[in-house]
Design a protein around this ligand. Structure first.
Ligand code: PSU
Ligand code: MN
Length: 313
């Protein structure tokens, strides 16, 4: 076990290229690692993680994939570390709640949206790209299962670029929760709040923009006002890879029933549903998941560049 008394500098290790970019006010995009360790099977998880970093680099932005390795919070991973996270069996899923234990015990941990927002906030990274944010689960009135991602969005100042929230959730209740917590939900290039695998959920966000600069402007205004917390920037999956909502609903229903039969609960539920849905769709949902992350990466990089320009002014 590690000795006590570590300060933040000892606990956190920022990769050189990320450190340089932050110091010079160049754009950086944070990336999560739960999607690598618990959200996708091997080898698609590694391929996706590396491809996402590539997309961000091609836009002139520095990617910083975030995870805990041996009790050190890493901001920016090497290819080897990504490969390790994607294959190791002992990787914890780390949200705000799990952070202290993982750090103190020298554990390996993949950070969720909540965990990655905390890390990005500590490192001074304002834009974070993921697949889908967690939210209020269906039947939450009985299970109380509401993702820590939502409370994190109300307290940590990072913009999360996603394809909305996963449609395994109760999207309507999730949006109500975000409104209560004062979290802007900005739809990008559409008026419809996307539903992860599908372009439309039947709900709207709180506002909609179509330019990177507009999204960056909302971020700047929020934080210039001293309003704490983050925001969601929601981008629909490209039409070519979409699975329509009605088709998805049948599959999600089957996956939820199977989770109930097997008594899957707590932090295991989301990974279980994602992998069951992948089996039920014959791999199609995984393909959709990968391409929606690619799209989010392109848009997130654009927003990070626009935000860096605003900050330099
Ligand atoms: N988006 C994906 N795949 C994932 C996740 C998001 O495309 O695996 C992860 C994120 O890390 C998110 C987590 O924070 O699922 C939500 O888990 P829970 O519902 O247990 O809070
Ligand atoms: Mn949960």
């Amino acid at each position: 076990m590690l000795e006590g008394g570590r300060n933040l500098n000892d606990m956190m290790e920022i990769k050189d290229e990320v450190k340089d970019a932050i110091r010079c006010g160049m754009p950086v995009v944070a990336l999560e690692s739960t999607i690598i360790a618990h959200g996708m099977p091997y080898p698609e998880n590694v391929e996706t993680a590396l491809a996402v970093e590539d997309i961000i680099r091609k836009e002139g932005v520095v990617p910083a994939t975030i995870a805990i390795i041996g009790g050190v919070l890493k901001i920016g991973l090497s290819e080897k570390e990504i490969e390790y996270l994607a294959t190791a069996k002992d990787v914890m899923k780390v949200s705000r709640r799990d952070f202290p234990y993982a750090m103190a015990m020298g554990a390996n941990g993949a950070t969720t949206v909540s965990g990655t927002m905390i890390a990005a906030g500590l490192a001074g990274i304002r834009v974070f790209v993921t697949g889908g944010v967690g939210g209020v689960h269906r039947n939450a009135e009985k299970s109380f299962d509401i993702s820590a991602d939502l409370t994190e969005l109300s307290r940590t100042g990072v913009a999360v670029v996603s394809a909305g929230v996963k449609s395994i959730l109760d999207i309507g209740l999730t949006l109500e929760y975000l409104e209560t917590e004062g979290v802007p939900v900005v739809t990008f290039g559409t008026d419809d709040f996307p539903a992860f695998y599908s372009r439309k959920s039947g709900f709207k966000g709180s506002c909609s923009v179509s330019e990177f600069e507009q999204a960056a402007g909302i971020m700047k205004a929020k934080w210039d006002l001293g309003l704490s917390g983050g925001m969601i920037i929601a981008c629909p999956v490209p039409g070519k890879f979409e699975i329509p909502l009605e088709e998805m609903e049948v599959t999600i229903d089957k996956a939820l029933k199977s989770a109930e039969r097997e008594g899957v609960r707590g932090k295991e539920l989301t990974p279980y549903l994602l992998s069951t849905i992948k089996e039920l769709t014959g791999g199609k949902s995984l393909d959709t998941n990968r391409h929606l992350v690619f799209e989010n990466a392109r848009i997130g990089a654009g927003i990070a560049s626009a935000y860096a320009k605003l900050e330099r002014r």
